[in-house]
Write a protein that binds this ligand. Sequence first.
Ligand code: HAM
Length: 410
Amino acid sequence: MKIERPRGTRDFLPDEMEKRREIEKRMRRIAERFGYREIATPTFEHLELFTVKSGEGIVEEMYVFEDKSGRKLALRPELTAPVMRMFANECSVMPRPLRFYYFANCFRYERPQKGRYREFWQFGVELIGSDSHLADAEVVLLAYRILDSLGIDFELQIGHVGILRSLLSPLGDEMASKIMRLIDKGDREGLLDYMEAAGVDGEMRETILAIIDLKGDEGVIDEAKEIMDYDFERLEKLSSILRETEVKFELNLGIARGLDYYTGVVFECYAEGLGAQKQVCGGGSYELSSLFGGPKTPSTGFAIGFDRVCEVCKISPKSERTVVIASFRGLEGHAFRIADKLRAEGVRTVVDVMERSLKKQMSFASEVNADYTVIIGPEEVEKGLVAVKNMKTQEQILLTEKEAIRFLAG
Ligand code: HAM
C-alpha cells in the first residue's frame, strides 16, 4: 500500500535539511546578537486563542479538532497569540522589555502552491513591553539584518495600520475589517465592488484609494497629511532612526496585514523569485496581552516565512569532512574501534554495516563523496598500520593508527 503525504506538506531530504539548518543557524545567531532568547509553545492550543483576535482569514484556514474529552483545539497557525498567552500566564514578573524568538512549524489550511504550504515554518521574534518607536525600529532592523545576511534580494515596506483604521472608523468595525482584508489581499476590484455595494460614499472611497496608493520615501507622509488629518509622528520618528542604520525601505500606507491584532506600525518584506507568494516577512506592533488576562502590554514583532526564504536563499552549507572505514572481512571490530576514536575527535566517520566486500565498500565511499577512506587489511593490521586514501587525488599512504587519527582529525 503506497501512502502519499498529506497535501501541502513536504518531506525534506538530507541535502535540503542541511541547507535549512544552516539558514536557521544564521537566523538564530543574529537574533541572539540582538539579545533575543528562544522560547517554545505547544503545537496545538485552545481554539479560542486564535478566534479572539487573529481575524477571519486565519480562522477560516485553521486546522481545528476535538480531543477525546471534547475540547476544541487548533494547530497553531502562527505564534504571536501563543507567545502572548504564555507572556500573560507566566512572565508577569520578568523585567521589561522581553525579547523572545522562536522557530516553529505552523499550520494553515490554504490552497497549496509554490511558497504556500499547509505546514510551514516561521522564524519570528516578539519584543514585549515597549510602546516606543525605538521598539519598532529594533524589530524592523532585526528582520532586515537577518534577510540581508542571507544574501536575499528583498524589499522592505513600512506602513501604519492606525492610519487606515482611523480613516475607516466612521464605517464601523465590521465594514472596516472587511475593507482591511481586501486591501491586504491586494484585491482592488473586490475592494471597489464591496465599497460600492456597502454604500461607502464617493469621497470616502477616493480618500481610501488615495491613501492606500501612497508608496515611496518620506515625501509620502506630506502627501498623506494633505489627504487626511492624522498624527504621523510615529512613522516619521521610525523613518529617521532607520535612516541612521542604512536600512533600505519604502513607506507604503496600503499595508493592511492579514491579522486583526495590529495597532500601529506594520511592515512586510518581499523577495524576488517566489511568484505570487513573495512576502517573506510580516510584522508590526500590536496589543494582545490584555485579551489573554495579562496587563495591557504594547508589543511588536515579526515572523519570517522560513520556507520561502529557503527557496530563494542561495547559500550552501559548508560540508564537513567525511571518512569511510573500509575493512576486510573479519576486521569489523578494528573498523568500529577506529571509527569510534575518529568520532571522538569530531570527525564524521562511517563504517560498513552491510557486510560488503572491500571493493564494494570502496565504491560506496566514492558514491557518498567521502573525503578519505581508511582501509583496514590483515597485513596492515599485523604491522599496526592502516592505509589512508585521499578519495579526491586517489593518493594512498600508510600510517600508524595514531598518526591516521591525528591526520584525519587535523
Ligand atoms: P503572517 O504574515 O501571517 O504573520 O506570516 C508571516 C510569514 O509567514 C509570511 O510573511 C509568510 O512568509 C509566511 N507564511 C504565511 N503563510 C504561509 C504558508 N501557508 N506557507 C508558507 N509560508 C507562509 C504572522 O504570522 C504574524 N504572527 C507575524 C508577527 C509576529 N506579527 C507580530 N509578531
